[in-house]
Design a protein around this ligand. Structure first.
Ligand code: SF4
Length: 667
């Protein structure tokens, strides 16, 4: 529960400030109660930078859905010399109310549990030189104040700091959230009609696709124009959660509204069982199976209580990865979609605006039917030409990650994909582009609709009104302004790419923006080839894998000695397509292991994760952050590269006919 913060902030008598220093010994002594530091005696350079949310709450900690339980394992992922620096209860029992770090606090995944672990350990103020945007939003929603090191010095000197200094840089609605102590208390004030939302008075102007979607959904000022930075209260067309997140949503709703809570428009929302479905196949996850089972049970309770659409597993088989199924059956052009997973942005391939939110925001929006948004800036990619043979949308995305995301041009912006080149990309390939917007640290991504968009949706939803589908689509106004610029990419210039795993021990982080041409990567021998996940388990991805595997089989090859090649289909409909087209027989002949629908590799909870440091994986998934998919090294690549590498045993770009020419070693 959150309380309204006082108008003037002071440090509380008897409470402590924890400095996350680069020197682990100083942290150890603070946790042991032997040392209390002052900001005036330190510099920002003494403090840890880039604290990752996986470090704050590793996946296994998130199996505790109650924030007070996961707080006891706060910072369990901060490992020094193979040992946990924060033992169980170290933060929780330390009487700390302020936590201090260096630059970019809260990078990595969007998991809100990172904030919860601190808040339920008693932290009221987080101090850093900068915060990752989603982590900052999670702090705001949870009522944790954020400030800089100078303000901390004043607090430690005994000064009072006006609350206004903690929020005056924010947009008007975010200011309201901070002043009320978080999103839930604000929503209650709104329900009691104690406050009115700030009006949006933006004059008529040309708009981007994202701006048009938000303008259309704005409560109270529907169809007025909007511009980046505007604060809006918007209606949400739909959303979903999965078994890794639903239990928290239910918990927050019960805490805030009682066990008899009701949600608005249950039919527009859904639950999926897809993320932990194969966790028992990962040895490191087996000790947590009872907690995982509890998460499943709680999701079932939530679904029965609320009546949201049910995409639970049947006989242990998932209907599919939430993002894949959602674009097939739930998401339409012009929709505004919110769900509790960072790859929610994938829905943008259907000309919708979609992004992932934390459990707090999701619980609030399904209860009230609306959410708050600061209109994001946009960046536009004008695609021309066609991708060369052997090159896929994944290669294009790895190129965009390197050239545009790495220099932060996509940061917090909506990526718009337009231009004549779109027509040459299938809906599945468009979905690869929008899926990886989150790796670009973008807010989301949206693709211009065309007849292929409508045909693809109508084929899967025969009951849908085709006229309405077309009317709801959005396109950018010709004079729309793009803060991130308009960039023309000639698809014909794209070549097979990888993102390498960096060298985290020597300061080169594992990052999807570590792009390189496959031909520049020297003879990297692999142990695992993985094709699957929300990014690469679609029908076209399976066609790519099959294309390579069929050629290899024709050349008399099987998967290279010592390599495991796993292909996981994204949904039951993808699996059905593979069966009907004989793919399964080809995969079996080549020695490929095919796995039923589901995901989890990117959180270390499913097939395809490495088990030791020495293993090298080439994977068609979306992220290669160190440790998230096991302890080994992970290269990101296209489905074609993954499949070709599985037969050569080293990272290799696919070329048509390559196996007949090369005849690599076989078993
Ligand atoms: S890759 Fe799979 S596990 Fe990772 S965020 Fe996407 S859907 Fe979830």
């Amino acid at each position: 529960m959150s309380l309204k913060p006082p108008q003037t902030l002071h440090l509380s008598p008897g409470k402590r400030v924890l400095f996350l220093t680069k020197d682990p010994e100083l942290i150890r002594r603070q946790l042991a109660g032997e040392l209390d530091l002052k900001m005036k005696d330190l510099t920002v350079d003494d403090l840890l930078d880039d604290i990752n949310t996986d470090v704050m709450t590793p996946a296994w900690v998130c199996f505790n859905h109650r924030p007070e339980d996961l707080a006891r394992e706060a910072y369990a992922g901060l490992i020094v010399d193979g040992e946990r620096l924060f033992e169980r209860d170290a933060l929780y029992g330390g009487d700390f109310e302020v936590i201090v770090s260096g630059h970019r606090k809260g990078v990595g995944s969007s998991r809100e549990t990172a904030v919860q672990a601190e808040k339920w350990s008693g932290i009221k103020i987080a101090v850093a030189a900068s915060f990752a945007p989603i982590h900052a939003a999670n702090n705001i929603n949870q009522g944790v104040l954020m400030t800089d090191h100078e303000t901390l010095q004043r607090l430690q000197a005994g000064d009072g700091v006006p609350l206004e200094e903690f929020y005056r840089e924010y947009d008007p609605i975010t200011q309201l959230i901070v002043r009320h102590g978080g999103l839930f208390p604000l929503a209650k004030s709104v329900a009691r009609k104690e406050i009115e939302w700030p009006a949006n008075n933006t004059e008529s102007r040309p708009m981007t696709m994202a701006e048009k979607v938000l303008a259309r959904h704005a409560l109270g000022a529907r169809d007025r124009c909007v511009k980046p930075g505007d604060s809006l209260v918007v209606e949400v067309d739909g959303g979903y959660s999965h078994e890794f997140t639903t239990a928290q949503v239910q918990y927050f709703l019960e805490q805030e509204h009682g066990t008899d809570y009701r949600i608005e428009a249950a039919g527009r929302f859904a639950v999926f069982e897809d993320h932990l479905i194969y966790a028992d196949e990962v040895p490191r996850m087996r000790p947590f199976m009872d907690k995982i089972e509890r998460l499943r049970e709680l999701q079932v309770e939530f679904q029965r209580h609320t009546g949201v659409q049910d995409f639970s597993a049947k006989d242990g088989v998932s209907p599919g990865i939430c993002h894949e199924v959602a674009r097939e059956v739930l998401i339409s052009p012009g929709d505004f979609i919110q769900a509790t997973d960072s790859h929610t942005c994938m829905g943008g391939c259907n000309n919708a605006l979609a992004w992932g939110v934390g459990a707090t925001e999701y619980a609030n929006l399904i209860h009230s039917g609306f959410t708050t948004v600061e209109v994001p800036e946009s960046i536009r990619f004008e695609l021309v030409g066609r991708l060369p043979e052997g090159v896929t949308a994944k290669d294009l995305m790895l190129y965009i990650l390197l050239e545009f995301a790495r220099p932060q041009m996509t940061l917090n912006r909506v990526m718009e994909f337009t231009g004549p080149g779109i027509a040459s990309l299938s809906m599945d390939e468009r979905a690869t582009l929008t899926n990886m917007a989150t790796e670009c640290s973008a807010r989301g991504a949206i693709v211009e609709a065309d007849e292929e968009t409508y045909r693809w949706i109508e084929q899967r939803r025969p009951e849908i009104d085709g006229v309405e589908l077309r009317q709801r689509a959005v396109e950018a106004d010709p004079e729309a302004h793009y803060d991130g610029g308009v960039h023309t990419i000639d698809l014909a210039s794209i070549q097979p790419m990888v993102a390498h795993p960096g060298d985290p021990d020597h300061g080169v982080p594992s990052d999807p923006t570590n792009g390189a041409l496959v031909e520049e990567v020297d003879e990297v021998a692999i142990d695992i080839a993985y094709g699957g996940s929300c990014t690469a388990g679609k029908i076209d991805d399976l066609i790519f894998y099959h294309q390579v595997v069929a050629e290899a089989v024709e050349a008399g090859l099987t998967v290279a000695r010592g390599v495991v090649f796993l292909i996981q289909v994204g949904s039951k409909s993808v699996e059905k397509y593979c069966r009907e087209n004989g793919f399964m027989e080809t995969f079996a002949k080549a020695g490929v292991t095919v796995i039923q629908p589901g995901c989890g590799a990117c959180i270390g909870c499913g097939p395809g994760v490495s088990e030791n440091d020495d293993q090298v994986t080439v994977s068609a998934i979306n992220r290669n952050y160190k440790g998230r998919s096991g302890p080994g090294k992970l290269y990101l690549a296209s489905p074609l590269t993954v499949a070709a590498s599985a037969f050569t045993g080293r990272i290799t770009a696919y070329r048509p006919g390559m196996f007949l020419q090369e005849q690599p070693q076989t078993i």
